[in-house]
Design a protein around this ligand. Sequence first.
Ligand SMILES: Cc1cc2nc3c(=O)[nH]c(=O)nc-3n(C[C@H](O)[C@H](O)[C@H](O)COP(=O)(O)OP(=O)(O)OC[C@H]3O[C@@H](n4cnc5c(N)ncnc54)[C@H](O)[C@@H]3O)c2cc1C
Ligand code: FES
Length: 358
Amino acid sequence: MDPIATPIILISVLMIVTLLVILVDKFLGSGGERKITVNKDNVITITGDETALNALTNNKIFLPSSCGGKATCGTCKFRLVDWHEAPKATEVPFLSKAEIEEGIRLSCQVKVTSDIEIEVPSSILNAKPFYGKVVEIEDLTHDIKRVKFEMDVDFVFKPGQYLQIEVPGIETTRAYSIASNSKDLRHPEVIIRLVPGGVATKFIHKALIIGDTLKITGPFGDFYLHEESTRPIIMIAGGSGKAPIRSIIYKLMEKDIPRKATYFFGARTKKDLYYTDYFLDIAKMYPNFKYIPALSTPLPEDNWTLDVGLITDVVRRYTDDLSGHEAYLCGSPGMIDACIKVLKEKGMPDEFIYFDKF
Ligand SMILES: Cc1cc2nc3c(=O)[nH]c(=O)nc-3n(C[C@H](O)[C@H](O)[C@H](O)COP(=O)(O)OP(=O)(O)OC[C@H]3O[C@@H](n4cnc5c(N)ncnc54)[C@H](O)[C@@H]3O)c2cc1C
Ligand code: FES
């Protein structure tokens, strides 16, 4: 064979294969057009191999995504209607058996490779992007800061819900419960604990300054005060879990705290406590409200004269039959799980235990 013919044939074959790959990609793969039908009537059209989370975000449907799509938070759930593919291994830790059977998936782990129909909670459709200018930063403890924003437009939320902050430069988002009075639509506040090695909290604690403007989305979450209920309330928090409870208490105070409300706050030592006098003063003003801060390992120099012990033991000590109560819990997963166990021992029904774990 002519020695020049072989490379020419090879190059031609390569060109044909490349052309085929491009055509297949365009019509079947990443270049194709697909439709996402959201809650039956909202149809969005996308092109390219995007995750459902990105496709929705680009079309102004903001699912919560506290880990920025890394499959470590489990907040970006949606339901794939009539879709029978098993969830990926990365999703399984966040999905219960019932959720898997219902078709619930993590939207950041689902690539949209064909037309799909999805369901998201209707409240999600209220979440919008905002710009918040930092107007106050306050040290509450050695590792907890309060940050107050001034929003460009009204930010309506229910007490207990959370917002998401985008970390500038790396475009990753993190969830933070809203700590402020829901009546103040322009000035949401968050309470943020520094996580060692944490990307967002390092930025917020070490680099954020007054005057900075951050991209914020929200509100999110089905953890909020059930205002219509008349059940007495148990609230339990630890660390930065005080944030949504503060917002809930503002709302209760608006109505003179109309039902009995007991708030347990657990910390290790006195240096982990904040707003103690503030909540003790509220308890003096409102007969229905009790504040019970407790230290698990007080130091001698703390001169602590109030409750001592794990928060679970303190809750157990102060409560009797809780079958008629409802509870709002916010704190670390370990603390929340242990407290839920105690509440259930005391007869509280599952459906009246509301919580956010982080
Ligand atoms: C609904 C919701 C509400 C939240 N509200 C608040 C709030 O009000 N205040 C607040 O401070 N945080 C809150 N968080 C947690 C927050 O979203 C971030 O996860 C947290 O600030 C850590 O972010 P990071 O980028 O600094 O850490 P990352 O860079 O994400 O994590 C760094 C390392 O720390 C570990 N880590 C992450 N979070 C924690 C943690 N909480 N404790 C111990 N180790 C951790 C990670 O596994 C990783 O190894 C909330 C989370 C959710 C889902
Ligand atoms: S965004 Fe965190 S799991 Fe999907």
